[in-house]
Design a protein around this ligand. Structure first.
Ligand code: ADP
Ligand code: MG
Length: 423
């Protein structure tokens, strides 16, 4: 099959779904978050009672961006209205979705990315559970316009609660032919009656185990108030886009508010990581970046890092952490870790902060972008969430190895600087 024609979307076999739901994968994905996701919720996850948790618009957008990347796009354009509370739109130039797959694409456990449980051991995509679009379509009206390279026209379909729905009264729900370029455009407009869907994990801790599936949309006034702050939501969205833009340098990302001519993030196609950092985080930091790259076969890890040197400092640390997507559990864990300030993140961050404490003025911080590749084999996907130490052990070793290398790199740069000033 030519690379630009997508694989068909199929419903995962029940046996695969059950193994995922039984926690063999799912709980591992949330492994490090098991501290914050209480047991009763995990049981409900296992029982298939609830959908993937979408905390807030930025989470939904992250899923959509990952889908565009999985589809091989090199251009991703995002339009946001009211911090994503009203509208999220993402347009990519990827493989598209086959017309025949449109009726099931928003159902649960439908995916083009894996077929069998064994495929999970060397998964090369961000997604594989076929849950994101289903979850999104339960809280929002979703419209998909998509064209594969072998189709004469694009197709448009609308969804609600996982199913095709008619876009207007008197019109059938079937996908409609339309004009369009190769790729996919997904429009998500949150159902206003479900505006309170984006709960923090605290919500699930603070509420009784008796919450039923629909109660995920339970009204928590304080939470809703926070979510009524679109500029806060928009900055979370920009943060997600910026992280992905750096980590996927070469793919063009654009993000702007609806109706604005000015993009808040814009990165060109085919540029380097340093170019993207310059574009997003500024020329000052880009001029002071040190690069390091290492492979540690004994730990089965490889990493690349772009770190600021001793000439640069900022008030608030910028830390972009990515784990190669082939290692499914760790990647999810660390992405959450970078964004959710879990205990582990404090540990990793502290180690780096300590290194820089000797180099930077008091109360100032570095810029760090770290991309780790870990062999899926070095992480046990079948580990049970109660055995925390497996991940912690892994984390300790990885943190020590990576931070050691960062320290050495900074030392090198510093001594060559001293040398230069002396001569
Ligand atoms: P997953 O990513 O786990 O497969 P999703 O619910 O995110 O599940 O997406 C379901 C399927 O829809 C994907 O497997 C893919 O085939 C298709 N899809 C979603 N978004 C896109 C996109 N932007 N371009 C091409 N295909 C897409
Ligand atoms: Mg996905």
């Amino acid at each position: 099959m030519p690379p630009n024609i997508p694989a068909p979307i199929r419903r995962l076999e029940e046996a695969v779904v059950n193994r995922i739901a039984a926690g063999e994968v799912f709980t591992t994905l949330y492994y490090a978050r098991a501290y914050i996701i209480p047991a009763f919720l995990m049981q409900r996850v296992s029982a298939g009672l609830i959908f993937q948790i979408i905390h807030r618009p930025a989470n939904a957008l992250k899923e959509l961006i990952e889908n565009s990347l999985d589809a091989g796009s090199n251009s991703i354009q995002i339009i946001i209205k009211d911090g994503g509370m009203k509208l999220l739109q993402i347009q990519d130039n990827g493989n598209g979705i086959r017309r025949d797959d449109l009726p099931i694409v928003c159902e649960r456990f439908t995916t083009s990315k894996i077929r069998s449980f064994d495929d999970l051991s060397n998964i090369a995509t961000y997604g594989f559970r076929g849950e994101a679009l289903a979850s999104v379509s339960h809280i929002a009206h979703v419209t998909i316009t998509t064209k594969t390279a072998d189709s004469k026209c694009a197709w448009r379909a609308s969804y609600s609660d996982g199913k095709l729905v008619s876009p207007r009264p008197g019109v059938s729900a079937d996908p409609k032919p339309t004009a369009g370029n190769n790729g996919t455009q997904i429009t998500v407009s949150v159902k206003t009656e479900k505006l309170n869907v984006f709960h923090s994990p605290d919500f699930y801790i603070n509420n009784s185990p008796a919450i039923q599936a629909e109660d995920l949309f339970y009204n928590v006034p304080a939470r809703r108030k926070a979510l009524k702050n679109p500029s806060d939501e928009y900055s979370r969205i920009l943060d997600v886009v910026q992280r992905y833009a750096v980590h996927n340098a070469g793919v063009s990302f654009t993000c702007k508010k609806q109706g604005s001519n000015l993009a808040d993030v814009h990165t060109p196609t085919g540029v380097t990581v340093a170019d993207v950092i310059r574009q997003i985080y500024g020329a000052t930091v880009a001029a002071e970046l040190l690069y390091l790259e290492q492979e540690l076969p004994e730990l089965e890890i490889k990493f690349k890092a772009w770190i600021s040197n001793a000439n640069y400092n900022i008030k608030k640390m910028v830390m972009l952490l990515f784990i190669n997507r082939k290692s499914i559990c760790i990647r999810h864990w660390l992405f959450g870790f970078a964004q959710n300030r879990s205990v582990e993140s404090a540990n990793f961050k502290k180690t780096i902060e300590n290194i820089y404490a000797n180099l930077l003025p008091k109360n100032t911080h570095p810029f760090i972008y770290l991309s780790l590749e870990i062999s899926p084999r070095s992480v046990d996907v079948n580990v049970h969430p109660t055995k925390r130490e497996v991940h912690l052990l892994n984390e300790e070793t990885i943190v020590a190895a990576v931070c050691g290398a960062i320290q050495d790199r900074l030392k090198d740069a510093n001594s060559s600087r001293t040398y230069l000033t002396q001569t």
